[in-house]
Ligand binder design. Structure first.
Ligand SMILES: Nc1nc2c(c(=O)[nH]1)N[C@H]1C(S)=C(S)[C@@H](COP(=O)(O)OP(=O)(O)OC[C@H]3O[C@@H](n4cnc5c(=O)[nH]c(N)nc54)[C@H](O)[C@@H]3O)O[C@H]1N2
Ligand SMILES: Nc1nc2c(c(=O)[nH]1)N[C@H]1C(S)=C(S)[C@@H](COP(=O)(O)OP(=O)(O)OC[C@H]3O[C@@H](n4cnc5c(=O)[nH]c(N)nc54)[C@H](O)[C@@H]3O)O[C@H]1N2
Ligand code: SF4
Ligand SMILES: [Mo]
Length: 714
């Protein structure tokens, strides 16, 4: 059979690069960048080839399995749906609706079928115990957008291709390929900013790969960025450079609120000198096109909400919001904002700790205690979908214990990993190359308006199911067990629409009045042009105005002030996270091609901090926090700010019962064994995964205590 070249896009990260896949005799023989893609223009990263590895991974499940003791048995799809529906509904009948909990992981936003079909099915469970990766990730962005723009997903993106000044905090796009900002080929775009005579400034406790290509990098003490940002706002206003648009209110109240947040005060807190803070404020305020962008490092920390609000305020008061080269609101061909709620806060609270919901979800930090604390409303069954919270949420060991004690668990996931090993039933969806794709999530965050439909590259086998088919069939199974109602008829009609049909409808009513037919004619994607000004018309606020003076944020500033003067243990180091280009959260360590080469799991530490503890490069150390401890090799690094250590998440695969042949041999510990579920941002409940106080010492002979649990129930 001749080789055919198929166009698709890689959905492994937010960059959504167009790729060309060569298929010979039903097998992928080559994957390369698609030069004709109007957004990625040929860019790919080393992970693109892993699309083939996922396709061919012998550990990947292709049919449902049921756990019987320590073993797994294959199960037919219909039998699996019936079993899951029966068990979940029985537990809800006995213990109430909230006895079933749900956790949604990151890959859901990268899957069209999950986006179109999962919400309808989950609504049928009517549980308030819903959790997701949002609260270990971008929740502060969403909260800031909800407050300022009236919609949790109206997130302006830095117009990187036209800016002349890019200020980045807590982001390392040269490793992550960009996030909450779809800009494939981020590195090239950064170089272009500088080539145009612009400036790139990076604020990060580690001299990152991105810092290395910037004009300027400054170390910042983890968790103190809010003071830096407030001082920038203070200085811009003091210099008379605040010039917000006519539809912006609240500048006076903000001026008053930042009056005491001087560059000197911020310097004491952050470690960045007041001269530098003043200069950055001057340059940012004076630039004709500037954008401030803050990502995971300034979200998943104790003051993430203040940080993300301050990032927006800085862009707004300098007149950079909604102007080319500043930060702009994308206008994708399918208007995702219309299909998703504007958001809400605090409509209900978690049972044990009283943490507020955001957008219908409770903080992931509350998940374990909701399973482990007995009483009315305790979680007794879990549904996890595309998530590995044992490795990805704080105090993973405690969660591991919680999952082990459940009465029932179902996972929609292709792998038996640290989390899904606790499931009673696993429902595996098809891999990316077998699915159709249109990116509902990331066109909404892209630095250029484009649209692209990808038809599946490879056919699915008769016995496999797409994720949307899994949600459809499980949903219909749940509906069959419910009394007939209007809601039921609507849900079943919605579940029966294919993703292609949903996208076609969305395109037709969307701002460009496209259709699936048009997109199919251009399999490399179509260009809808650079981002355009859209405000105030596009705002979701009731009065079509932006109020900067958000009481919930301003009321949080005293907590920040108190935190900055609190005296910690002088021996503590501050733990932060990191990412590597060849890795992807916890789940792509089973590709031999990606994990080979130099190990990437070590604790990075400044040589002065090593010397102070009489530690040597490469030795095994024990890292201890209030939540737990782990042991891992330490690597000396001049790129670390003194007093700060860095450990990537998603490692530590060697738990009993995990069926990941390659990943099981990858060294490293899970950083979330030491991150603390008790410490969250007071606004929104985002986990403080960065800036965790830890002690580091030579590992004792026994090493750190191993994880408590194997697989609990039988
Ligand atoms: N300490 C620390 N912790 C962190 C972070 C950090 O920086 N530091 N980062 C946080 C962030 S930003 C995130 S987003 C979370 C991620 O947290 P999670 O989403 O919980 O974890 P992942 O590692 O992305 O796990 C993805 C799971 O989805 C499965 N999967 C992959 N593709 C598919 C698919 O197409 N369909 C289905 N159904 N399943 C699929 C994989 O097998 C795996 O089990 O981790 C967070 N945790
Ligand atoms: N290769 C790869 N790509 C990925 C992922 C992956 O795991 N691997 N994960 C994907 C996901 S789910 C996400 S959410 C995105 C995340 O995308 P990014 O936010 O770009 O991810 P990180 O590389 O973790 O960058 C966070 C940076 O914050 C810094 N930092 C930590 N604490 C602080 C602090 O207190 N202040 C400041 N200023 N900086 C701090 C860290 O040193 C780090 O350099 O990446 C996505 N892309
Ligand atoms: S940057 Fe890499 S992982 Fe992300 S979409 Fe592009 S090829 Fe895929
Ligand atoms: Mo994420």
């Amino acid at each position: 059979m001749a080789a055919t070249v198929r166009r698709t896009s890689c959905n492994l990260c937010e960059a959504i690069c167009g790729v060309l896949v060569t298929v010979e005799d039903g097998r992928v023989t080559d994957i390369r960048g698609d030069e004709s893609d109007p957004l990625s223009r040929g860019h790919i990263c080393p992970k693109a080839v892993a699309l083939k590895d996922l396709q061919e991974d012998p550990d990947r499940l292709t049919t449902p399995v049921r756990r019987v003791g320590g073993d797994w048995e294959p199960l037919g799809w219909d039998e699996a749906y019936a079993l899951v529906a029966d068990r979940l509904l029985a537990i809800q009948r006995e213990h109430g609706r909230n006895a079933v909990g749900v956790y949604l992981g990151n890959p859901n936003v990268h899957s069209l079928g999950a986006m179109t079909h999962m919400p309808t099915t989950l609504r049928l469970l009517r549980t308030r115990n819903r959790f997701s990766a949002t609260s270990v990730d971008q929740l502060p962005h969403m909260l800031a957008s909800y407050l300022l723009y009236g919609h949790q997903l109206m997130v302006p993106v830095a117009d990187i291709d036209r800016t002349s000044y890019l200020l980045m905090l807590g982001a390392n796009p040269l490793a992550s390929n960009g996030s909450m900002m779809t800009a494939p080929g981020f590195g090239r775009r950064l170089r272009d900013v500088r080539r145009r005579g612009g400036r790139v400034v990076v604020i990060d406790p580690r001299r990152t790969e991105t810092a290395a290509v910037a004009d300027e990098h400054h170390f910042v003490r983890p968790g103190t960025d809010a003071a830096f940002l407030l001082a920038l706002i203070h200085q811009v206003i003091a210099d008379g450079r605040a010039r917000p648009s006519a539809y912006v209110d609240g500048l006076d109240a903000v001026t008053a609120a930042v009056a005491e947040w001087t560059p000197e005060r911020a310097a004491a807190a952050t470690g960045i000198s007041s001269e530098v803070i003043r200069r950055i404020a001057d340059e940012f305020g004076a630039a004709d096109r500037a954008a401030c962008y803050g990502r995971v490092g300034v979200s998943t920390q104790q003051f993430g909400a203040v940080c993300q609000w301050a990032v927006q305020v800085l862009n707004i008061i300098t007149g950079n919001l909604d102007r080319p080269g500043g930060t702009m609101i994308p206008r994708p061909a399918v208007d995702t904002l219309r299909g998703i709620g504007r958001g809400h806060v605090g409509v209900w609270k978690s049972r044990v700790r009283g943490l507020a919901e955001f957008g219908g979800e409770l903080p992931a930090s509350a998940m374990a205690e909701e399973m482990l604390t007995p009483g009315e409303g305790q979680i007794r069954a879990m549904v996890t979908i595309a998530g590995n919270p044992v490795l990805s949420t704080p105090n993973g060991r405690k969660l591991d214990e919680g999952l082990a004690g459940l009465e029932f668990m179902v996972a929609v996931d292709p792998y038996i990993n640290e989390t899904t090993r606790h499931a009673d039933v696993i429902l595996p969806p098809t891999p990316p190359l077998e699915r159709d794709h249109y990116d509902l999530a990331f066109h909404q965050l892209a630095i250029r308006n484009t649209a692209r439909w990808n038809s599946a590259v490879l056919p699915r086998s008769r016995s496999a199911r797409h994720d949307w088919e899994i949600f459809r069939d499980l949903g219909l199974e749940l509906l069959r067990r419910n009394p007939l109602s209007r809601q039921k008829l609507l849900a079943s009609a919605r579940l029966r629409l294919s993703p292609a049909r949903v996208v076609d409808l969305g395109l037709r009513i969307g701002p460009y009045k496209l259709s699936l037919r048009t997109l199919r004619k251009s399999p490399g994607g179509i260009d809808l042009g650079p981002l355009q000004p859209a405000l105030p018309g596009a705002l979701y606020t009731r009065n079509k105005r932006i109020d900067l003076a958000q009481a919930t944020i301003l009321d949080d500033l005293p907590r920040l002030a108190a935190h900055l003067v609190a005296v910690g243990n002088p021996d503590d180091l501050m733990l932060i996270g990191r990412r590597h280009l060849r890795s992807n959260n916890s789940w792509m360590h089973n590709s031999a091609r990606l994990v080979k080469g130099k190990p990437r799991h070590q604790l990075l530490m400044n040589p002065a901090d090593l010397a102070r503890r009489s530690l040597t490069d490469g030795e095994l150390v024990e890292v201890t926090s209030a939540a737990g401890s782990l042991s891992v090799e330490v690597a000396s690094s001049n790129d670390m700010m003194p007093g700060v250590v860095s450990l990537p998440h998603g490692f530590g695969h060697g738990l009993p019962g995990v069926r990941l042949t390659v990943a099981g041999q990858v060294a490293g510990a899970s950083v979330n064994d030491v991150t603390d579920d008790a410490v969250t941002d007071a606004l929104g409940g985002t986990a403080a995964l960065n800036g965790v106080p830890v002690q580091v010492a030579k590992a004792t002979a026994e090493g750190a205590p191993t994880r408590a649990s194997g697989v609990g129930r039988s």
